[in-house]
Structure formats: C-alpha cells, structure tokens
Design a protein around this ligand. Structure first.
Ligand code: PEP
Ligand code: MN
Length: 337
C-alpha cells in the first residue's frame, strides 16, 4: 500500500500515523520528495482500513498495490486447489459436471434425473431444496423433504450432492450434502459466509449478479478466513444492459480467476442464459477457456418444471452435450501438452 502525504504535513501527526502502522506490524519505507512525502507500506496490509487512512488530515491519497484477499490469492498459493468430493475431485485438470434439476420436485423426479445424468457422465448431482425465488408466490422448494429426496438419489447413484443453503437455520439439515452452494443472491451474506467458513465441507460460491471479481474473491476470503479452504467459485452470468439473455455470461472470469486465485472455477451456462439452446455453445466455450467444470440444469419434462424449465436440458440433450464436453476437454488438455 502507498500513502501519499499532503505537502508540508504536521510532523507530529505523521509520526503518529507511522507509529500506529508499525504497531499493526506493517513496515514503512519513507521517501521524501520535493512536493510530497510517500510512505510505502510493506507486509500484511490486508487488515488495514484504506478509507480510514485516506480520511486523515495529512493524507493526500492511498493506493493498494496488493490485493485485499490473502487466502484466495494465487501469489501466496501458486498451486491449483484440488477439492475431493466423494470419489471425484474438483480442479487439478478434471472436468466436473454438476447436473440435475433446478428444484427437487419429487423423489421420482430427482432419482430419474440423477440416474440419467450419471449415465451421461455427470460427476455430481445438483438440485435445489431451498429456492431463492424473485416472487414470494412462486414455488419455494420442498425444503427438508427435498434434501431427503436428494439423499435418496445419492444413495441410488453414488453421485455427491450440491445444493443451496439459504439461511443459517438450515445448516443442521445439510449433514448429507457434499457441497454447500451459496447462491448469487447470498454472495455477500457475510454471516452465512462466516458460518460455512467453520464447516468441514466444500462451499461453492456463485458470483453475485453485480459483483466484481474482487468482491467475489472477498466472499471466498470470508469462508477461508474461518478455516475452510475448500472453496469453489461459480460464474453464473452477471447483470448487464442486455435483456435478450437472462444474464450475460462472463467467460473472461475463467482466465481471470485462474490468474488471481488458486481456487477451482465452475461455469453455470443455464442461469447465465435462461435459454436451453444457449447452454451447449456456452458450455463448450467454458471448457475451451479452461473451466474446471460446469453446472447444468437438466429436467425430464422441462415444459412442466416448477422452476427454470426454459433453460433446462432434456436428459437426451444433456447426454449429447456431456459427450462433446468430455471430448473437447481431452482435446484442450492435449493442446496444453
Ligand atoms: C441455482 O443454482 O439454483 C440458483 C438459484 O442459481 P443462482 O444463485 O446462480 O441464481
Ligand atoms: Mn435454476
């Protein structure tokens, strides 16, 4: 961090600032120029409040030269994080395919879909039991019963489960859940992030609709600061001026996250587009850009789905897509040598 002091600052205040920073364990390099004095702060500045320093009388400007996230930062952890889930892994060159219905509707529905997606090559089962819906009158999910149906599908197929946690009070019900999903709408629910930071389960954080990369990584940092290092990031489209698609898929997130963090990155082309015919090309794009996996909505009867039918693939379409994705991933890996 660099602190530029105002011209001719009060020396007592400058000494006070330097003493305070040193107490926080930060080293200081002072450069006295003709117009301004500059303090170069070295060490862990992630806990310093930049706005507080900027508001001081003697301070002209403050700039961060180091990212405010430490645990998630690739600079301090150069190797990719690989997360084991059941007998599969996320990251480390594998392609994770999470597939299943938007919402769990019945035991038969989720078990049927789970069997189909497993046969096509999916490595995890998705399905919402607690649903964040824009309208309070829309189907809100089956809740605890939905989790029981997911468990039945897991027992039947062996597929690990990923499902959304909406509220702290639901956590005791998540014993059999393999990956806790934090939805886009809860990306900055800091109490929820802190709570899952104390869990011994992987957490997948979906990017908030208008969250910057840094805000998204700071949410990962919340979980990691609590001691849970098993964090997965999921890009699911962001809000832009375009209204043709449900959201705008930001595929640049894949190489950018690769650079900024060691955490695995998953792409959700279903929520990103809202249209089933756009799922395939964008899923292929995600694999081509090097994503660690995909989350795709699949429904056996999209026309009658209780949620997100228009973006759901039929099992036979998913089957074709999964085969293409695995072939593409093998080709991409071949090119990387
Ligand atoms: C979901 O995956 O079911 C979901 C609601 O996604 P998002 O939080 O990305 O909208
Ligand atoms: Mn959905």
């Amino acid at each position: 961090m660099i602190v530029v002091l105002k011209h001719n600052p009060n020396q007592e205040q400058v000494n006070g600032l330097i003493g305070w920073l040193q107490e926080k364990g930060v080293g200081i390099h002072t450069s006295v120029g003709e117009a301004n004095t500059i303090l170069g702060l070295v060490g862990d500045t992630s806990k310093l409040d930049i706005d507080l320093i900027a508001a001081l009388d003697i301070v002209e400007d403050v700039k961060r030269v180091q990212e405010p996230y430490k645990n998630a930062n690739r600079k301090f952890h150069p190797e990719d994080t690989v997360i084991r889930v059941g007998n599969t892994q996320i990251g480390g060159g594998s392609l994770t395919i999470m597939a299943g219905p938007c919402s769990v509707e019945s035991e038969e529905q989720v078990v049927t879909i789970a069997k189909a997606v497993k046969a096509s090559g999916a490595t995890m089962l998705r399905g919402g039991a607690f649903k964040p819906r824009t309208s309070p009158y829309a189907f809100q999910g089956l809740g605890e019963q939905g989790l029981a149906y997911l468990k039945a599908a897991k027992e039947e197929t062996g597929l690990p489960i990923v499902t959304e946690l909406m509220d702290l009070s639901q956590l005791p019900l998540f014993r059999d859940v393999d990956v806790i999903q934090i939805g886009a709408r809860n990306m900055q629910n800091f109490d929820l992030l802190k709570a899952v930071g104390h869990q011994d389960k992987p957490v997948m954080i979906k990017r908030g609709m208008s969250a910057t990369y840094e805000e998204w990584l700071m949410s990962a940092e919340y979980v990691m600061a609590g001691g849970n290092e098993k964090v997965i990031l999921c890009e699911r489209g962001i809000r832009t001026f375009e209204s043709y698609t449900r959201n705008t898929l930001d595929l640049a997130a894949v190489p950018v996250m690769r650079r900024l963090t060691h955490l695995p990155i998953i792409i959700d082309p279903s929520h990103a587009t809202g249209k089933s015919w756009l799922v395939e090309p964008l899923a292929m794009g995600a694999v081509a850009t090097g994503a660690d996996g995909l989350q795709i909505e699949v429904h056996n009867d999209p026309a009658h789905a209780l949620c997100d039918g228009p973006q759901s693939l039929r099992p036979e379409d998913f089957d074709r897509l999964a085969k293409k994705l695995l072939a593409l991933q093998a080709a991409v890996r071949g090119m990387e040598g």
